[in-house]
Design a protein around this ligand. Sequence first.
Ligand code: AMP
Ligand code: GLY
Length: 428
Amino acid sequence: MKVLVIGGGGREHALAWKLAQSPRLQAVYVAPGNGGTALDPRLENIPLTDVVALRKWAQQEKIVLTVVGPEAPLAAGVVDEFRAHGLRIFGPTRAAAQLESSKAFSKAFMKRHGIPTAQYETFSDSAAAHAYVERMGAPIVVKADGLAAGKGVVVAMTAQEAHEAIDFMLLDNKLGVSHNEGGARVVIEEVLTGEEASFIVLCDGRNVTALATSQDHKRLLDGDLGPNTGGMGAYSPAPVVTPEIHARAMREVILPTVRGMESDGIPYTGFLYAGLMIDPQGGIKTLEFNCRMGDPETQPIMMRLKTELFDVMMAATGGTLDKVELEWDRRTALGVVMAAHGYPLNPRKGDAITGLPRETEDTMVFHAGTVQREGIILSSGGRVLCVTALADSVKAAQQRAYEVADQVRLDGAQFRRDIGHRALRGQA
Ligand code: AMP
Ligand code: GLY
């Protein structure tokens, strides 16, 4: 049996690495993959990204299961394309992926179904958007409606910043947002405070299974300072998600979302990621939905998963998730992202990476923005590696991950020194 993972980041390396642990699989392909998936003898890169080309290749190779990593192919309809040709694939349809690909869609959906989220308004007219900011004042959050590779959200501390963000998103489009049908729109919403957590589940259209909890570090610099990024490190489990918060998140956010999608005629299949803001009283609001796993959350989560991912994915694509019990390593997994010089604005590419250690029972370096050229690994993107370690405590996992990260040589590498600090504070 042969399987395919679509994507080429750290998340996809982790998914493919986990799938390859199933002895029944004859081949695990990654399209397009990266330097890390090229190095692993159990994985094979396929240089395809076009949705129709992927579908034709999967038919020809008799791929039994495809797992989609990133949002772009989902928003481009890869699941619809594969299913229309009888191929088994895990992910949401294009319509369901709007939970992520359109902030206007997801906010209206949450309002309609009573799912807790920040108060907001949607605008396509910039004068009306500016007037709203004048009325509400700062701080305030401005979000582009379309996919923006993590760059479509501005938490504006001043009205001036909010006005600039509106002009960027509606007029200039300097953020590289791909606008949805109907043209450029922004969502403007109230600022929420509290602690963020990543709540990720699997859905087969009806049944829902939660993955282990996790928490990401969105800001570039130690102490949660500096610009927002795609994520500079993550760990699992996340102590902020207590059993009570877990139950509330399922009851107030996840289940109403899955039922709401079903009753709206757009049943949800795939990974569903709710970005939650948890306030000090234990109240929960939904910051956003992603229709995929988190990156880098996937890396520590996959390090902890003991159940065969292939079996889980087969159940999730067969409508039998209720028959699956996930088993987790009790240890903490913690991943530190090594990013390129200049990330996030202007990451430098083409730096040689040396000192990459071999995988061990408790450490693994997942690749993201890397390529293999003539046996050498070069950086090729903003987030380059995610050094991940398992240990009995957050502190020990942190120490182990940094020991490994310190062996890796990447010129100009940026990485935080405090991944896991919130969990450590909780344990102190
Ligand atoms: P989103 O893509 O909507 O999750 O936004 C990216 C990041 O911006 C989130 O992880 C938060 O850190 C921040 N953010 C988004 N919406 C809000 C909000 N309403 N209040 C405070 N921070 C927010
Ligand atoms: N780590 C956040 C995300 O994947 O969106």
